[in-house]
Design a protein around this ligand. Structure first.
Ligand code: BG6
Ligand code: MG
Length: 215
């Protein structure tokens, strides 16, 4: 059926832009400064997870415990390292199919929003020149509850003035797929089926999407 959904909500990191590698490098450097090793496999646990929750997971892996005040300081340090990386990104860091899909949705007058846990969303979309494609930005600066809570996506739908049931969410994280389903939205997993249980369909990248089927 064509014309089923009225809006598309995109997670940012790992869906539109390849920032997971920079999050990884920043966490790895931090772990090294605390004298333990942090691997790519460990990094999978942090996808879609908020900054402070990511730090809690990382410290757990390293068998370390800190006060809330110390954790605030460590999280700030990680973010400084991360911001240093992302302040150099450009269009070449966009994932395959991103611009073509955003152009097509704009042409078809499908509403679009970002739904991301990241507090760095404004900086990233500014650097990539993709702000113009979005009618709403729902991100870590305005939400209180992290994915899998549906807040970030419900807010995006409300900012676009559409009902949750009229939205398709694109997500690369397990918690993000759960958040989309908890919001009552159609969930497209960007990644492997085994990594993203509960999605309604899976694609390897945005370039693979059959838009006629959904919009
Ligand atoms: C998510 C990423 O999009 O944003 C996580 O997948 C990250 O890895 C989270 O921790 C929060 O990002 P930031 O930029 O606010 O530290
Ligand atoms: Mg993501």
């Amino acid at each position: 059926m064509s014309g089923k959904y009225k809006a598309a909500i995109f997670d940012l990191d790992g869906v539109l832009v390849d920032t997971a590698k920079y999050h990884f490098l920043a966490w790895k450097e931090l772990a090294e400064s605390l004298n333990f090793e942090f691997t790519q496999k460990d990094n999978e646990l942090l996808k879609g997870v908020s900054r402070m929750e990511s730090l809690n997971i990382l410290l757990h892996l390293g068998g370390l415990a800190f006060s809330d005040e110390e954790k605030e300081k460590i999280a700030r340090e990680k973010n400084e390292r991360y911001v240093e990386y992302i302040s150099k990104i450009d269009e070449s860091d966009l994932l395959p199919g991103t611009v073509a899909l955003l152009e097509e949705l704009q042409y078809r007058e499908i509403k679009t929003a970002i739904g991301s846990a990241s507090k760095n969303t404004p900086l990233i979309i500014e650097r990539l020149g993709i702000k113009k494609y979005f009618g709403a930005i729902s991100d870590g600066n305005i939400i209180k509850r992290a994915k899998p809570d549906p807040e970030v996506f419900i807010k995006a739908a409300s900012m676009l003035s559409v009902l949750p049931g009229d939205c398709v969410v694109f997500e690369d994280a397990r918690a993000g797929i759960q958040a989309a389903k908890n919001a009552g939205m159609y969930a497209v997993g960007v990644g492997k089926k085994e990594d993203l249980p509960g999605a309604d369909e899976w694609i390897a990248s945005l370039g693979e999407l059959n838009t006629d089927k959904l919009f």
